[in-house]
Design a protein around this ligand. Structure first.
Ligand SMILES: [Zn+2]
Length: 353
């Protein structure tokens, strides 16, 4: 099959670029970018393997106008006062985003198809991005596979609508990294740049504070193109993330695949606070839903470190359980994890806070 050159170029960014061909077309091809040429060849191989009926998944999404007119007339959300932006603390510089994302093969599955299903990435994409790989390849636990290769010219992920009724276009995949782990089953790990970069920044700060500390459990973010997925009502637009707490766990315990309910005796308040503080200091958190019982433990720990003004900006308790302008708010069902909602990315007028 002969692949048009424009399609090859627009496909270089892996999954996420395919929605943005007009942008990719406008980019001049690098003169001697061997890496890009290799990816182009891999993507050509990929497209030749995709059955006709599946090809629409890999072709450009409808142009931008499909999303914008709905909300373009609305104003952007009001800016939070700069001094309150990072919880009245110094804002952290954000760590750089990664264009290449590798995932580590886990013990439970040893084929490309099994891993692809657990990661929410089509098998053909994984095969195309990794040399000497076929559907029949036997994978070794610990082996790292390239699952996303995004060009710098790829469109920025776009969040449209509300978190409980929205979409994500050209979503960015959460990479693996220090200080946290993505569960073996991670098909919903796509977010906006604001979401992914803020998470990476907070986990980086946590990992630097506690190089030997337990990694934090990262749950669902959004599907690659957003939209509804159970059991969540939100998580639809790349801005919501479920994150576990840091617990005192028995040594040599396997890494939990589920969240652990917090109690006064098992919650490592100090480490959980360090992570939460770093998250707030990204300046990109809109709100955090968590049970009031966890708020009480964290607030008691932070009382000596923060001013009353800072405490009230961060914790809704004791003034109110849930209805508040504070970042942390009570919501039933959140005794074992934070539900973090990040702000809309800058200049995305279709995104609704
Ligand atoms: Zn959630």
């Amino acid at each position: 099959m002969s692949i048009p050159r424009w399609l090859m170029i627009s496909s270089l960014c892996g999954l996420s670029v395919l929605g943005g061909w007009p942008f990719a077309m406008a980019q001049p091809e690098p003169a001697a970018d061997l890496d890009a040429e290799r990816r182009a060849a891999q993507m050509q191989q990929l497209l030749s393997r995709i059955p006709e009926r599946m090809r629409s998944d890999f072709l450009p999404e409808a142009p931008e106008t499909k999303h914008l007119p709905l909300y373009a007339s609305l104003d952007t959300p009001p800016e939070t006062a700069p001094e309150a932006r990072c919880g009245y603390m110094t804002c952290l510089p954000l760590v750089p985003l990664q264009d290449d994302v590798y995932y580590t093969v886990t013990e439970k599955n040893n084929t490309v198809a099994q891993q692809a299903a657990r990661w929410g990435v089509p098998s053909n994409v994984i095969i195309a991005l990794n040399d000497n790989l076929t559907l029949e390849s036997v994978l070794k636990p610990g082996q790292k596979l390239l699952v996303e290769a995004r060009m710098a010219s790829a469109p920025v992920p776009y969040s449209s609508g509300k978190a409980n009724r929205g979409r994500l276009r050209d979503g960015r995949l959460m990479p693996e990294g220090k200080g946290y782990y993505l569960r073996d089953l991670r098909p919903h790990s796509w977010g906006t740049d604001t979401t992914i970069q803020s998470l990476m920044t907070a986990f980086d700060a946590y990992a630097k504070a506690y190089p030997d500390g337990p990694p934090i459990n990262v749950g669902d973010i959004s599907r690659r193109r957003g939209g509804r997925f159970g059991p969540h009502k939100s998580h639809q637009s790349g801005r919501d993330v479920d994150i576990g707490f840091v617990h005192f766990l028995p040594p040599n315990e396997p890494i939990p695949q589920h969240f652990t309910r917090a109690s006064e005796s098992n919650l490592d308040v100090e480490k959980t606070w360090v992570f939460l503080e770093a998250l707030i200091r990204t300046g990109n958190v809109q709100m955090v839903f968590v049970d009031v019982s966890v708020q009480k433990l964290l607030r008691a720990h932070a009382r000596d470190k923060l001013t009353p003004e800072q405490l009230d900006a961060i914790f809704s308790w004791p003034h109110s359980k849930s209805s508040s302008s504070a970042l942390l708010r009570h919501w039933p069902g959140h005794k074992n994890h934070f539900h973090v909602r990040f702000k809309c990315p800058p200049n995305q007028l279709g995104c609704r806070s």
